[in-house]
Design a protein. Structure first.
Length: 151
């Protein structure tokens, strides 16, 4: 994912500065691509959610939280410097944060999991709002149609 950002944008991420409009658009596109891949590869998905239903699926929320976790690793210098135990913990944090988006919060002393949840809640409310401004992006990737074709 770090390769999708320009060097100047990586500096913005690592300094934890405000994202540019292009970075926000890339975030939306990358979350949608990741969610699309998860839908495509999930063995129980026989019909993909239609349009605005996607934001309420666990797969979408997991992709959102997962992408935020990846961004946090980029901010910290990349996953290559991270111990495998911490990466395994990231997967658990993402799972808890994704579930918590359906409820009134995440009670945890884990700073990273709390940040992922808080950012996901903000993005669900402000960026992935209903009706979504990004809905047109789903159509070109061919992901969200009535039936999933598996090849």
């Amino acid at each position: 994912m770090a390769n999708t950002y320009l060097p100047a944008e990586l500096q913005i991420l690592r300094r934890r500065e405000k994202h540019t409009p292009q970075m926000r658009e890339r975030l939306v596109q990358n979350v949608l691509l990741l969610a699309g891949q998860f839908f495509k590869e999930h063995p129980s998905v026989t019909e993909w959610p239609r349009g605005t239903e996607v934001r309420n699926t666990f797969i979408f929320r997991y992709a959102l939280c997962g992408y935020l976790s990846i961004l946090k690793r980029i901010e910290d210098g990349g996953a290559a410097k991270t111990k495998p135990e911490k990466l395994r913990n990231d997967v658990i944090d993402v799972n808890f944060a994704a579930f918590a988006t359906y409820f009134d919060g995440l009670i945890t002393s884990d700073k990273r999991a709390g940040e992922i949840y808080t950012e996901a809640e903000f993005l669900l409310r402000e960026v992935f709002a209903m009706p979504p401004w990004w809905l047109h992006i789903l159509l070109p990737i061919g992901g969200f149609s009535r039936n999933v074709s598996r090849t």
